[in-house]
Design a protein around this ligand. Structure first.
Ligand SMILES: Nc1ncnc2c1ncn2[C@@H]1O[C@H](COP(=O)(O)OP(=O)(O)OP(=O)(O)O)[C@@H](O)[C@H]1O
Ligand SMILES: [Mg+2]
Length: 352
């Protein structure tokens, strides 16, 4: 008996998207199957190339299809389209599906390191990614992405530069190295608008925004000048840093920016000699704080000398050593962040 399209679709309803809590057929992920005798070709289009369960869905789909009577061969092709259904009063950034802000109230907790690594992680998973350095007075991303401060001083205008598969833009590109710049509030607002709306980002699935610490002019302008899909709060496990995380949460709440969750950075130290794990700042504090604040905990990242060195030398650890445990930790967090965007989109599409 020949297999039908109906049999195929019915079988695939057994697969549920763990973030959207519905089956992949109802979600419209399964394209019309191709049936060539006893060979079935199915294409599944997910909402992000960084889907945390992509491999599981692919494997389960193949197994379910092969279990159908009349199917000898099943080919499953995985694809992804990042959609954008939300409407906002804030001006969208041309071509960009999702803006994701990386924030903390406290300085030096690793926002820039996390932004750079999440960006390259999403790109390595197949997404089109940009990285915007919103730290106007102390831009670090040119160095961390290996582009260098002042690389566009002669260029007569700010533009994106592509490195490690990510489109990057920073005021640091047009500031000569070592020149102190005194910014006044209105100038910061102008710089932020320029970075968001005047720079040609092209088509992007995700634009990650590395914010300066605290509720600075740049952070406020960024949140008001464009529809940010969600903010990711970076914190170290210390109590003081966690108090600060709560302040950052307060700012985004006031500005009506959704918060995707909290990342604990410098969570623990793994001794490179004996592999012993030491919890320098305590451990698990950010997870507990996230729960207290009713936010999702997006994962923990180790305090790791190689991560710092890689950042200083301009090649994020996710690019330098993608198979390492540290890089894998970043990749897991990146998938969770992408999943938050998909959930938001789904909610918008359903209510539209
Ligand atoms: N997980 C980590 N392991 C080791 N070093 C780290 C880690 N995360 C960040 N660092 C280091 O800590 C320092 C501060 O990090 P980073 O510049 O990313 O923080 P930040 O929050 O962006 O700081 P600022 O508030 O000044 O913008 C850097 O030297 C960076 O290399
Ligand atoms: Mg920074």
């Amino acid at each position: 008996m020949a297999v039908t399209e109906q049999d195929i679709m019915k079988a695939l309803t057994a697969i549920e998207d763990p973030d959207l809590h519905r089956d992949i057929v109802a979600l419209g992920f399964v394209q019309t199957p191709e049936i060539l005798g006893d060979v079935v070709n199915v294409r599944i289009v997910l909402t992000t190339p960084a889907c945390p369960v992509r491999e599981t869905i692919e494997r389960d789909a193949r197994e379910l299809l092969l279990a159908l009577p009349g199917v000898r061969e099943a080919n499953v092709t995985m694809d992804a389209t990042v959609a954008q259904h939300r409407v906002s009063e804030r001006t969208p950034v041309n071509g960009v599906r999702h803006l994701i802000a990386i924030a903390s109230n406290k300085g030096g907790v690793g926002k820039s390191t996390v932004s750079a690594n999440l960006a390259v992680a999403l790109a390595s998973l197949g997404a089109r990614v940009g990285l915007l350095d919103a730290d106007i007075t102390g831009p670090n991303l040119p160095t961390m992405m290996g582009i260098g401060q002042g690389s566009q001083v002669e260029a007569g205008g700010l533009r994106v530069d592509e490195r490690h598969g990510v489109k990057v833009c920073s005021i640091g590109f047009v500031l000569p190295r070592g020149t102190p710049v005194v910014w006044r509030g209105p100038m910061i607002g102008t710089a932020v608008r320029q970075l968001l709306h005047d720079v040609d980002w092209g088509e992007l699935d995700y634009l990650l925004i590395d914010l300066p610490p605290g509720t600075s002019d740049a952070s406020m302008s960024m949140s008001m000048e464009a529809p940010i899909s969600g903010a990711v709060i970076v914190s170290t496990p210390q109590d003081i840093a966690l108090e600060d995380a709560a302040k950052a949460v307060g700012m985004f709440d006031k500005l009506n920016v959704p918060i995707f969750g909290v990342i604990e950075n410098m969570s623990y130290f793994v001794c490179p000699h004996c592999n012993e794990q030491t919890e320098i700042f305590g451990h698990g504090g950010a997870r507990a704080a996230a729960e207290d604040l009713g936010l999702e905990f997006l994962g923990e990242l180790p305090l790791d000398p190689a991560t710092r060195k890689a950042a200083d030398e301009g090649t994020p650890i996710v690019v330098l050593a993608p198979e390492s445990a540290q890089a894998q930790a970043f990749i897991e967090v990146a998938k969770k962040v992408a999943a938050r965007c998909s959930v938001l989109e789904y909610a918008a599409a359903v209510s539209a």
